[in-house]
Design a protein around this ligand. Sequence first.
Ligand code: DNO
Length: 350
Amino acid sequence: MKMTFRWYGDNDPIPIEYIAQIPLMDGIVSAVYDVPPGKVWSSESILKIKNAAEKHGLTFEVVESVPVHEDIKLGKKSRDEYIEVYQENIRRLGKAGVKVICYNFMPVFDWLRSQLDYKNPDGSTSLVYRQEQILKMDPKTGDLSLPGWDASYTKEDLVALLDEYKSVDHEVLFKNLKYFLDAVIPVCEEYDVKMAIHPDDPPFDIFGLPRIITDEANLDRFLSLYDSPYNGLTLCTGSLGAGRKNDIPKLLRKYCEMGRVHFVHARNIKLIGDCDFNETAHPSKYGSLDMYEIMKILYDTHFDGYIRPDHGRMIWGETGKPGYGLYDRALGAVYLSGLYEAIQKSANLK
Ligand code: DNO
């Protein structure tokens, strides 16, 4: 298991040096951020990240994300040219030593929360999801600025894009995903780069848009679309964990045993009612997930992929990118590593 930390490059308020100072940190997870989806990443930009990591004793072996152009998800004619670009990015990343690419196949919107600065009783702030507030929003009329919503869309672009999705249901989206995998997985096999799809967050349809990476049946279906270890998962405990029927330890064990989990986002959430949740500090005590059990499964299944603490709260007065502050994520990383050491040592004592 390799512990990593997401870094947004030179625009990240967190210097990479601080990441290197977190105990037991192996590497960074990053991406080229100055290129829009559907464009080739320059080898210089890729190497710049790698060099920055190595200068600080860190590896750069995981990319999050290489975005999938909407035309690919929509299955438009133009998808072939965007798929070629994607293939070229895989080649370039593989040559630079990248081993895992995290991506998602969510139409239009990535992760979605109703509030980014929910105040906890201890004064820290968290990202939270309240279905009632989400249902009141209409992306076609509102000026929305929520995380994951590409700020480069104008209102008109967004309306047009949502319109195009009217003909895309779950089945069509699965078909378009298969078309994409059929084209990229052979390149991944050649360049030894594993694809790791991120679950939909939250794992249910939003604004009438289909979401398909949501539960066990769909994960099974996804993996069978292309049966290769290079077609794998980012198992995000918080994203899948928001699905009330998802048994996270069961899913994690199953897919790790199959060798299909390449990246773990370890995050805790507190479930509220039927749909809502708050993001919490990482330790088991604060949320609905048992993080000890999660780390124990990674140990038991000899997981040798990458893991990162996921969103943290904002604590100690820190300001910055919601979910991606330094302090709470660093505490999360050390907590997860601590659990792992304890599990490892107690297993060796037996
Ligand atoms: C949120 C992240 C996601 C993830 C993408 C992968 O914090 O986990 O935005 O990076 O879905 O493409």
